[in-house]
Ligand binder design. Structure first.
Ligand code: NAP
Length: 317
């Protein structure tokens, strides 16, 4: 297989850049290929924003781990869609097998001694069941990613909880649920992942909300906004910490996105009222958010680090 390895690296690392230079095509064109050979893990990606992010990263050539905790049907449909559209098996058949990984990458990929040897997947998308609201769920996700693909380059902390309760309505369980899924579990997943992710070049992307910067807050946004505020602050600090190892750590903060999470408990007139506050008079679709995450995961975004990127169509300016 070694004799084909050079083709793999040529396709992955050299050809897209050369083609762009040759055709004088600007960087976005590179998007088509620049994540070939990379592996992305997206928490809560069975549907909605996470699913759109998985598709966008897969379209750039990355292998993706589609994580679900309840909705196995949507997760499997998504993986099937990605695999059906994939040229991935062509590239993985050319790629070095686990025992033939480039020694430079092997040393950079500081695998724990207990991690089972990588098994390069022929499929571009795989489905992994794990509860991303617990530290144990995050560990399981990470171990499965390494077992199935042998590496991790891009980590997107997407799974989130958005409950609505005022101070007088909320209790400790409600508070803990928000901080567990939005803050604690993602932070501990990053802690473990940082040890094994590819360096330099690893990409960590959190999801926050435009509400952390909005003045039009409702009193029942208390736990959601507080937990997302924590996400933003920890991502800024992690950028300083993990940035020394060649990672970037950023947060994408969407405005209202038309998903189950957003619609829950909102009558249509409320949704129409929110849409009216957005210059284009519509709520975002997950596909409005995903390309920004995919861009942050790309080599072109290497100088964006520790930033909170608002993606809200002008809802919050
Ligand atoms: N929608 C918005 O308006 C909006 C705005 C700003 C920011 N955001 C943020 O964007 C991210 C994605 O939001 P979304 O609207 O796409 O969410 P969503 O529709 O609820 O997405 C669901 C995904 O997250 C998983 N998930 C949901 N709640 C979970 C929980 N408590 N524990 C574990 N997994 C859970 C689901 O997996 P299973 O169904 O398989 O369990 C599913 O894959 C979140 O971090 C959210 O805070 C959303």
């Amino acid at each position: 297989m070694w004799r084909f390895t050079w083709i793999y690296y040529l396709v992955r690392d050299v050809t897209p850049r050369w083609l762009c230079d040759f055709c004088s095509v600007p960087n976005p064109w590179l998007n088509l290929l620049w994540n070939i050979g990379k592996v992305a893990l997206i928490t809560g990606s069975s549907k909605s924003t996470g699913a759109a992010i998985a598709k966008a990263l897969a379209a750039q050539g990355a292998s993706v781990v589609v994580n679900y905790s309840k909705d196995v049907k949507s997760a499997e449909e998504l993986a099937h869609q990605i695999n059906a559209a994939s040229l991935h098996s062509l590239f993985t058949s050319l790629s070095p097998s686990s025992s033939e990984i480039d020694p430079r990458e092997k040393s950079a990929n500081n695998h724990d001694a207990q991690t089972p040897g990588p098994r390069i997947q022929q499929q571009q998308a795989v489905v992994v069941k794990a509860d991303p609201s617990t530290v144990a769920g995050g560990q399981h996700l990470l171990q499965e990613t390494l077992r199935l693909f042998g590496r991790l380059d891009i980590l997107v902390l997407n799974a989130g909880l958005m409950g609505s309760k005022t101070l007088s309505e909320m209790d400790e369980t409600f508070f803990d649920a928000h901080f567990n899924v939005n803050v604690k579990a993602p932070l501990f997943l990053v802690k473990s992942a940082a040890k094994v992710m590819q360096k330099p070049g690893g990409r960590i992307i959190f999801l926050s909300t435009s509400l952390t910067a909005a003045s039009t807050l409702l009193p029942n946004a208390l736990c959601y906004v507080a937990s997302k505020g924590a996400v933003e602050q920890l991502s800024r600090v992690l950028a300083k910490d993990l940035g020394t190892q060649g990672f970037t750590v950023n947060t994408v903060a969407p405005g209202p996105v038309d998903t189950a999470l957003f619609r829950e408990g909102k009558p249509q007139y409320i949704i129409d009222g929110i849409a009216a506050q957005i210059p284009s008079r519509r709520i975002a679709e997950p596909e409005d958010i995903a390309p920004i995450v995919a861009f942050l995961a790309s080599p072109s975004a290497q100088w964006i680090n520790g930033q909170i990127i608002g993606v809200n169509g002008g809802y919050v300016v």
